[in-house]
Design a protein around this ligand. Structure first.
Ligand SMILES: C[S@@+](CC[C@H](N)C(=O)[O-])C[C@H]1O[C@@H](n2cnc3c(N)ncnc32)[C@H](O)[C@@H]1O
Length: 252
């Protein structure tokens, strides 16, 4: 019963989360442009337009750094979240500029609800600590739909929790909903991936691997005198060009 309830009301648990934390959580983004230079200005100098979609954007802690840092005139950033509280926080941010950005409410798992852009129209889809928040059985369908939105040559960029991250090891008995999928005290859920699982999700959706790595870090909290073994996975998967087309998409 509880498992179904967490699924049915998943967006309500995240609404409550954002009512409490507003944009004070998930703020550490110093790695964004070093890990994903694709989002930096001038990186795609061969393109006039760069259209980006961030799914599960939360309060905008990735979207606003992109808009501040990347002044390419052709950049447009779509972002969505199924928490309307999170989307309200993005839209009411002083830096929200509707000529460069569009934030909307969307549930990644609802295959009936349409994205506001046509298929094959996006250069980049960003998934940062969001795929882990959905039920494992729903992941493949969600990735298939996102893959259809990518232009040939476009990429999905993902950073998320890896198997045996400290956060997984700290869950108490009774918090586990299914293999490697847990519910936190506030009702939000989290999955811990292996590289192979992510590779299978992306390649089944017709994408090709550009990067799939484990980032292991030892975080030291000197105040509390604890060391923490963090495990994150970072992936970049590209949509291939149709056969007979070169890197630039032109027919050979
Ligand atoms: C761990 S937070 C990460 C937020 C943001 N990506 C960041 O790094 O600041 C996970 C986010 O995914 C959103 N989310 C979870 N399930 C979702 C779904 N089915 N559809 C859309 N967004 C979802 C939550 O509301 C939350 O904002």
């Amino acid at each position: 019963f509880r498992t179904d309830e967490y699924e049915l009301n998943a967006n309500e648990y995240w609404n409550d989360f954002y009512k409490i934390h507003e944009n004070g959580f998930f703020k550490d983004r110093h790695w964004l442009f070093t890990e994903f230079p694709e989002l930096a200005p001038n990186h795609n100098f061969s393109k006039w337009l760069l259209s980006v979609l961030q799914v599960g954007c939360g309060a905008g802690n990735t979207v606003f750094p992109i808009l501040q840092t990347n002044n390419d005139p052709g950049l447009f950033v779509y972002c969505c979240d199924f928490s309307n509280t999170a989307v309200d926080l993005v839209q009411s941010n002083a830096e929200y500029d509707s000529s460069r950005c569009f934030a909307f409410v969307h549930d990644l798992c609802k295959d009936q609800s349409l994205y506001p852009m046509p298929e094959e129209s996006l250069d980049i889809v960003i998934l940062i600590f969001v795929l882990s928040a959905i039920r494992p059985e729903k992941m493949q369908c969600a990735i298939n739909r996102l893959s259809r939105l990518l232009k040939p040559g476009g990429m999905i960029l993902l950073r998320d929790y890896g198997r045996y991250d400290l956060a997984q090891l700290r869950f108490k008995k009774g918090r586990c909903l299914s293999d490697n999928f847990y519910v936190r005290g506030d009702g939000t859920r989290v999955y811990f991936f292996t590289q192979d699982e992510l590779d299978a999700l992306f390649t089944t959706a017709g994408l090709e691997k550009v990067q799939n790595l484990v980032d292991r870090r030892l975080q030291v909290n000197r105040g509390k005198q604890v060391t923490m073994h963090r495990v994150w996975i970072q992936c970049k998967y590209r949509k291939p060009f149709p056969a007979g087309h070169g890197e630039n998409g032109h027919a050979r």
